[in-house]
Design a protein around this ligand. Structure first.
Ligand SMILES: Cc1cc2nc3c(=O)[nH]c(=O)nc-3n(C[C@H](O)[C@H](O)[C@H](O)COP(=O)(O)OP(=O)(O)OC[C@H]3O[C@@H](n4cnc5c(N)ncnc54)[C@H](O)[C@@H]3O)c2cc1C
Length: 502
């Protein structure tokens, strides 16, 4: 048998670097695998990336992280979904919740019954049938009930947290498990002349770190995969035209909401993410349509609390590297690719990169078949997330700015055109190939952005309207009542703070 990999080097200590270090060190102790992480305090990390999706819970479980400890150390709050304001039309408001809508019946999706009831006059939007959405609007939170028959078992949640504190937390975790941290700036990436494989990283102070396998977690620089191995970037900015962000923290202005808010603006959109210590805000925009100064004005005008710092500008291009694993190097995080943070998917893509590597863990011969499979999988993941995000921009009736005119009229990937056409035809929605976003997520965004089919499934259309109305209404009532019994998000967070102080 070929020997195991023994010496891994991670270049970069942002969220991607420390998540990689923590996961690998929890899997293989220092007796089996030597892990070195190089980071530069002078360069620092990007410092944004505060909203997550429920998959983060699996990652934390894998590491055996105690939730209460994590919440305290990262200033985390709970998140039940994302509220979208002004996307389909100005004045629109809907929640993409983490829980599904209603309960499927007789093998048919709940939304088919909802479409039937809507045609018969039901005035309630679909998010009133989602426990997470209803609880979010009421500012409530509770953990899922372990009894699968209980309504509260439908709760699915994620976190908002301080990204720098999360990286610091994982650093402590990884260092306890033997990860060696090297502070310094990488000056040169050494390669074997005959194979092109990376052999070592030279630091500015003259030290050199040797390795067998390298993770490029250097952020947008993509120091190893992009700059050294020359792997090109696939540019998706014709579909996701936003290319700049300005981020600023602000003071709280009221109770901490258990959801992220994404408000469409004239040339982009603004996020609002409450963590325990402050609210994270950012304006994502396209510079072809708005200047930086105008974007700053929009951002500051949209804050609901006092700005706590000057806005920081970040540039990006939507897309990903042509390959994610090349020779003996995998890029994880921003060095691998970046899509709009609209659905909080970047940390998920980091997690997916790490877990796919673990499930394909190579021996020291680095078989091509493993690399090809990794690249295939990550490409598919990025493309599926891409389509879901494009949907928010494409499915709009807004015609109040050149930016929205562009988005409304742009051509979109065939895969997304197909999904939209299928939904228009009787509300058909499916989850393909283990894709991240499940059917209820697609349904939430289709309907939230006003893609409403003319009719529902013909079988459901043939059911008596009054019976459908009654069963749909009984679900709505049960959900509203269940949400009312939940504690407020503020009270839950107080319990964590008190437990920490005790
Ligand atoms: C505007 C914006 C908003 C976002 N919002 C979200 C969100 O809400 N949810 C979400 O999931 N994701 C979000 N993301 C993405 C998220 O921020 C990143 O995926 C995550 O922070 C990982 O970043 P990273 O570790 O890849 O890069 P970085 O944080 O940039 O880390 C790079 C590391 O490499 C080191 N480094 C670089 N060059 C060198 C060198 N020469 N020598 C030594 N060290 C070096 C740096 O010091 C740093 O430690 C957002 C991104 C942007 C741009």
């Amino acid at each position: 048998m070929a020997p195991l990999l023994k010496n891994i080097v991670i270049a970069g200590g942002g969220t991607a670097g420390w998540m990689t270090a923590a996961a690998l060190s929890s899997l293989l102790g220092p007796d089996k695998l030597s892990i070195t992480l190089i980071e530069s305090e002078e360069i620092g990390s990007i410092g944004v990336g505060e909203a997550t999706i429920p998959d983060i819970i699996n990652f934390n479980h894998l590491l055996g992280i105690d939730e209460a400890d994590f919440i305290r150390e990262t200033n985390a709050t709970f998140k039940l979904g994302i509220e979208f304001i002004d996307w389909g039309r100005k004045g629109d408001r809907y929640i993409h919740p983490f829980s599904g809508h209603g309960v499927d019946m007789n093998g048919y999706d709940f939304h088919q019954y909802w479409l039937r009831s809507r045609a018969a006059g039901n005035p309630h939007p679909i998010d009133e049938y989602s426990l997470c959405a209803v609880a979010a609007r009421q500012g409530r939170f509770t953990h899922p009930d372990p009894n699968p028959r209980a309504i509260l078992s439908h709760i699915r949640y994620a976190y908002h947290f301080d990204a720098s504190l999360y990286a610091r937390y994982l650093r402590g975790y990884a260092e306890k498990r033997g990860v060696r941290r090297v502070e310094g700036k990488i000056r040169l990436v050494g390669q074997a002349p005959e194979t092109g494989r990376i052999t070592h990283l030279d630091l500015e102070d003259g030290r050199s770190v040797q390795g067998e396998f390298f993770f490029d977690c250097s952020g947008f620089r993509s120091l190893l995969l992009g700059q050294t191995l020359g792997v090109g970037h696939i540019d998706w900015s014709h579909w996701l035209p936003c290319n700049s962000a300005q981020a600023v923290p602000s003071a709280h202005s009221g109770p901490l909401t258990p959801y992220t808010r994404a408000t469409a603006k004239t040339s982009g959109w603004q996020w609002r993410i409450p963590t325990q210590a402050r609210t994270g805000n950012g304006h994502i925009y396209c510079r072809d349509f708005i200047s930086d100064d105008e974007a700053t004005a929009v951002l500051l005008f949209g804050l609901d609390g006092e700005a706590l710092a000057a806005p920081r500008t970040i540039r990006f291009t939507a897309g990903h590297r042509q390959t994610f694993w090349e020779k003996n190097c995998i890029a994880i995080g921003l060095s691998a690719g970046f899509l709009e943070p609209l659905e909080s998917t970047s940390i998920y893509l980091i997690q997916e990169g790490i877990s796919r590597f673990i499930s394909l863990f190579p021996d020291s011969t680095l078989p091509d078949v493993l690399r090809n499979e990794y690249n295939r999988h990550m490409r598919t993941e990025f493309e599926q997330v891409r389509d879901f995000i494009i949907l928010h921009f494409k499915a709009t009736e807004r015609d109040d700015s050149p930016f929205w005119d562009y988005c409304r009229n742009m051509t979109i990937p065939d895969s997304l055109t197909h999904k939209i056409a299928l939904f228009r035809q009787g509300g058909r929605a499916f989850r393909y190939e283990d894709e991240l976003f499940s059917r209820p997520s697609w349904v939430a965004v289709f309907l939230g952005q006003n893609i409403v089919p003319d009719s529902c499934d013909p079988v459901i259309a043939s059911l008596p309207a009054n019976e459908v109305m009654a069963s749909v209404e009984s679900m709505r009532t049960a959900i509203v009542q269940a949400a009312r019994q939940m504690p407020t998000h503020e009270d839950i967070l107080k319990c964590y703070r008190k437990a920490g102080a005790a």
